[in-house]
Design a binder for this molecule. Structure first.
Ligand code: PAF
Length: 307
């Protein structure tokens, strides 16, 4: 095992988009989806799947590009899932840009966009409950009650509808990937979960659909989140976990317009807090910060150690 800190990536990792014109289908119903995918399933083609809530940015594009490279067919879903929002205002404010999303997806070589209505996804209220402690009972779990349950409801349905071989998720939502892995194992789905690295702006700000809700001034302030995380990697070389935690929180809370909701330095597998750098071979710092007037809730994470 190598004990090493990971050098921060300042900018330059937003992928150059390879674009072209392809014949992409936009599908609204499960019946149409089955009709389209059955031929590919029967001929043994591999299906890659990228679930999204739309408002696509180069972070999503990197997932689609990887799926297109690794599979015969790529399906992208665009669905703002109401069951994973615990704040109705957040659901209402969530950006919806289907036309622009489809143009981007077509240029990336997506074969099918699945953009169902809420009634198509939930003809009946979904009363299933998913619970994967301790993974879903830390960080986002208690702060967004019902969020991961809603994510599991929609992703389990989408997996059953698309039946992909591989599914691609961004590591910005680090805890979401862990919860989805637990769900896939629980439901015995034969799907490979493929995590993809965070894509950042030149400034270091992690790309997020929510960034569009920030004013230019707030965006400049938000840059401090990733920059502080990057600096904390250096700081951690000479300091304890607890000192590194306080370094990040105190630094960000001292900046007008930012308020840290939580910063937890955790085991990358169990998501339980670690107390020393030698505790485990994968250590990640996960943060959520409120930014600006509205305010906009931004998340990010940084790897301190990986085997
Ligand atoms: O990460 C997201 O955008 C959503 O949580 C997901 C996985 C598409 C489920 O709605």
């Amino acid at each position: 095992m190598e004990f090493g800190y990971f050098a921060p990536q300042f900018g330059g990792n937003v992928p150059a988009l390879e674009t072209g014109i392809y014949n992409m289908e936009v599908i609204k119903t499960v019946k149409q989806l089955d009709e389209q995918l059955n031929a590919f399933r029967h001929s043994g083609k591999s299906i890659g799947f990228v679930p999204t809530m739309g408002a696509l940015h180069p972070g999503h594009a990197s997932l689609v590009q990887r799926s297109v490279k690794e599979n015969d067919i790529t399906v992208v879903s665009v669905f703002v899932n109401p069951t994973q929002f615990n704040d109705p205002k957040d659901l209402e404010n969530y950006p919806r840009t289907l036309e622009a999303d489809c143009a981007l997806l077509e240029s990336l070589g997506t074969d099918f966009v699945f953009a169902p209505t809420a009634t198509e996804m939930y003809p009946e209220p979904d009363t299933r409950t998913f619970s994967y402690p301790p993974i879903d009972s830390v960080m986002e779990g208690p702060r967004r009650p019902g969020h991961f349950n809603g994510v599991c409801q929609v992703v389990s349905k989408l997996f059953a509808m698309v039946r992909p071989h591989r599914a691609y998720f961004g590591e910005k939502d680090f805890q979401q990937i862990a919860v989805i892995r637990a769900m896939v194992s629980d439901l015995k789905y034969d799907i490979e979960i493929c995590p993809c690295p965070i894509v950042r702006e030149e400034s270091g700000l992690a790309l997020s659909s929510r960034n569009t809700l920030l004013t230019p001034e707030e965006r400049a302030t938000a840059v401090n989140i990733s920059q502080t995380l990057f600096r904390s990697v250096e700081f951690a070389r000479q300091h304890t976990v607890s000192e590194t935690h306080d370094y990040v929180v105190d630094h960000l809370n001292a900046i007008a317009g930012l308020e840290v909701e939580y910063f937890e330095i955790v085991d990358g597998k169990t998501l339980q807090p670690v107390s020393g750098w030698e505790d485990t071979d994968h250590i990640v710092g996960c943060i959520t910060v409120y930014c600006g007037q509205r305010p906009v809730r931004l998340i990010d994470n940084i790897t301190y150690k990986r085997a």
